[in-house]
Design a protein around this ligand. Structure first.
Ligand code: ZN
Length: 471
């Protein structure tokens, strides 16, 4: 058994019970380097919060992926305790029992459950992983991955208000954001964000909440398309550009809307948090993990690919396959285990040696030019204390410390590719998101190091004077 994790407020100095309410603005993918340094002079409202409180990088979680990360932040309980590890989740024993992650798959209680148990009310807007809507003490407007036309609020009657406030323009996300040209994407994201903040402002004015937690996904969508325009480390960076100015203008707009929101709520008893679930860094390429498994003889197909194609699980010969992987910002590698997978061939006795062999092999894959990569392959037991539904990946692999993605393509000549499985993408997630905390109960300590996403829920519970989650 691992020792219990410490529960604390991290490097912040917080006064227990000093806040009657807390407003949390989540900016998906917001970059500490841009907000704290490069564009700080352009962001006066965020700068004012920093000046009166504390700010610093916020270390993301395992895995640093949007859908699990926001619920991990909002609960203080890791992916193992949630039973959720990505945009898709295994929902049955067969390898292709993969479903889009939805709110019903998160098994751990969140901060709104703990607040509700003592009669405190929460308003949630736009949190990834909250569809379908669920009952809580308060109000809920669901987030990205809400299907068109589906119910999206708790209580149900709140939906009419959302439509009224936004003039019917409310959007959960920008559909097909990867396929839009930059101008069209920027326009769609800006409209979505204005409508979201109109709604958040209206719900903030209701003055019936102890915790209001909203998340805006727009920054993530823009940075995936535009990151090469702002990061000199990016292979496609070409110097100052109009696209970089557009991204900065979007940050400025967020800053103005947050400034307005803070002004509406700043009654001396309110704490303010601005947080991101991860940062952004250049996407330098991808590693074809299933092609590697195939070349090593661990993954066998019923027919050999004649050209590069995305692995289809129906083509896998499970009677001869020992391991396969789901791709993304990190790889989720699963063994084909007897007693777990329907056609498992790896016995539990064989598993530890096979995992050690796979981890060593994956960490040794060289970069495209033969140079070593900073790849790490983690055993489930090393990352997670519990493994609900047995859904934890047997290995979680971060290629080159998140510089490269895990791709599902098989049948290619090289183990490396420049583009994502879905096409061009400028950004990968980075380990460091950001935290700004100010207002009631938050000491003005300036820049702080060492804050962790896992501790955000505890920080809020400390300020609100309620019991923190038992890990
Ligand atoms: Zn995210």
């Amino acid at each position: 058994m691992r020792p219990p994790l410490p529960r604390n407020e991290g490097p912040l100095t917080l006064t227990r019970g000093a806040a009657d309410r807390a407003l949390v603005v989540g900016l998906d993918c917001a970059s500490p380097a841009l907000v704290f340094d490069r564009w700080r002079a352009h962001l006066p409202h965020l700068g004012a919060l920093m000046a009166r409180g504390a700010h610093g990088p916020l270390r993301s979680c395992h895995p640093p992926i949007t859908v699990p990360a926001w619920r991990i932040m909002a609960s203080g309980l890791d992916a193992g305790q949630q039973g959720v590890y990505g945009f898709t989740s295994r929902v049955g024993p067969a390898p292709d029992d993969l479903a889009l992650t939805h709110s019903g798959l998160f098994e751990a209680p969140a901060i709104w459950d703990r607040l509700g148990a003592v009669g405190l009310r929460t308003t949630l807007v736009g949190l990834p992983g909250t569809w379908p809507p669920f009952e809580l003490v308060g109000k809920l407007v669901t987030g990205p991955m809400t299907p068109e036309g589906a119910p999206f609020t708790w209580p149900a009657s709140l939906a009419a208000r959302v439509e009224a406030v936004s003039g019917g323009a409310y959007a959960f996300d920008v559909p097909g954001f990867r396929d839009l040209d930059p101008e069209a994407l920027i326009e769609r994201v800006e409209a979505m964000t204005e409508a979201r903040f109109d709604l958040i402002s209206a719900l903030a004015d209701d003055d019936d909440w102890n915790l209001l937690w909203c998340v805006e996904i727009g920054l993530d969508r823009l940075q995936h398309a535009l990151w090469h325009a702002v990061d000199p480390r990016h292979p496609r960076y070409t110097g100052p550009s109009p696209l970089a100015d557009r991204l900065r203008a979007y940050y400025e707009r967020l800053d103005a809307r947050i400034g307005d929101l803070v002004a509406r709520c700043d009654d001396g008893d309110t704490a303010f948090f601005v947080v991101s679930d991860h940062g952004a860094r250049p996407m330098e390429g991808g590693v074809l993990i299933n092609e590697w498994l195939r070349r090593q003889g661990h993954l066998r197909l019923k027919r050999e690919p004649t050209s590069p194609e995305r692995l289809a699980l129906r083509d896998v010969d499970w009677t001869r396959t020992r391991a396969w992987a789901a791709g993304g910002y990190c790889a989720r590698v699963f063994l084909n285990l007897t007693g777990r997978e329907p056609e498992g061939i790896v016995t539990p006795e064989q598993a530890p040696a096979l995992l050690a062999e796979l981890a060593a092999g994956l960490e040794a894959i060289p970069g495209p030019k033969g140079d070593p990569m900073k790849t790490r392959a983690h055993l489930a037991d090393d990352l997670y204390g519990v493994n609900r539904r047995g859904a934890a990946p047997d290995l979680t692999v971060y290629f080159d410390d998140l510089a490269r993605r895990a791709l599902e393509t098989v049948g290619a000549d090289s183990l490396h590719a420049e583009a994502n499985d879905e096409g061009f993408d400028a950004a990968n997630h980075d380990w460091e998101g950001l935290l700004i905390a100010a207002g009631a109960g938050v000491a003005a300590t300036g820049r702080v190091e060492g804050a962790a996403l896992m501790d955000v829920a505890s920080m809020l519970e400390r300020l609100l004077g309620v019991a923190e989650a038992a890990r």
